[in-house]
Each structure stands twice: as C-alpha cells, then as structure tokens.
Write a new protein. Structure first.
Length: 173
C-alpha cells in the first residue's frame, strides 16, 4: 500500500479524520468527540503523515456541509477501493445510491450487490466500511426498520439520520 496521509477536521457534529492514498480517499471516521479520538484512529489505518488543508479541502468541505445538514453528493470524489472485496465493494457502491434522507435494508443492499441471500454479508460490508458518511452505511437499517450497528455508535447513526431528515440541527455536543 502506498503511503497514507491524514487530515483532521472540525465539523458541527464532531471531529472527523480523513485518510488519503495517492489514489484518493481511503478512509473517513464517523464524527468523534475529540481530536485525540480522531488521532487514535490513525495508527489502525497506518496514516502517519499529514496532508495539507488545501489538499483535503474538497472532501473536508463536503463533509462539513453534510454534517451541517446540507444535502451533499460525493460524486467526483476519488475513492481508493484497494483491499475491499468484490461483494463488499458492490454493497458499498449500492449504499452510495441511497438518496439523502432515505434508508434501505440490509436485504435491499444484498440484492443490489448481486446476492439477495447475502444480507449478513452486506451487513458485514457495512461494518467494515472505512468510508463512513461518504459511503452512507448509516442509511442502512434492519429489516424491521430498527437501527443496528454503526462504527460511531447508534446515537451517532440516529443523529445522522435525523440530520438528513431535517429533524435535527447539528450541535457541538
């Protein structure tokens, strides 16, 4: 793997860490409570060199707008899919198609990824999603509509969904 670089940014919902490879965006953390928490994610991603704010700006600004409650599209953001298995990538690409403010189920995700019987595998793909927010795994729910699993915790998942539905304005809690 090529050298991974990072940028940490303040948003209305918390601090996010972004990791970039020479091919594009490699990882994004969910909103975290502190810069220290964001920096703790960097070793697990092997990112040790900072990237300039100017280089990170196209992604960082979209994430800031998203976390202010503005509908954002990530089309045109180069994503580095290296190390992501074929089915997982298809599931992540399907998640990218879920419109702002809407949700789908893991079953729907599995079907869209090409294997209607692979709901658990679709769930695992979302659990391993290293591109939180950009690949909106927070928009994927259990078949009964309940929230389940999110790397940032269910409270953050709920806040992201509420934000996108317009029922919450971000705060700096």
């Amino acid at each position: 793997m090529s050298s991974l670089k990072f940028h940490i940014a303040q948003t209305d919902l918390g601090i996010i860490a972004m990791v970039f490879s020479r091919y594009g965006l490699w990882a994004v953390s969910p909103p975290l409570a502190s810069e220290e928490a964001a920096r703790e994610r960097l070793p697990e991603w092997n990112a040790s060199e900072p990237i300039s704010a100017d280089e990170a700006a196209p992604v960082a600004e979209r994430l800031r707008r998203h976390l202010r409650g503005e509908p954002v599209c990530y089309d045109g953001v180069a994503v580095d899919w290296s190390g992501v298995a074929d089915f997982s990538r298809r599931a992540m690409e399907a998640a990218l198609s879920i419109p702002w403010g809407q949700t789908r189920t893991y079953s729907w995700l599995a079907t869209e990824a090409g294997n209607p019987r692979a709901s658990r595998a679709a769930g695992q793909a979302m659990a391993r999603n290293r591109l939180a927010i950009v690949v909106p795994c927070h928009r994927v729910l259990a078949s009964d509509g309940s929230l389940c699993g999110y790397a940032g915790g269910l409270d953050v998942k709920r806040r992201l969904l509420d934000l996108e539905r317009g029922s919450e304005r971000p705060s700096r809690r």
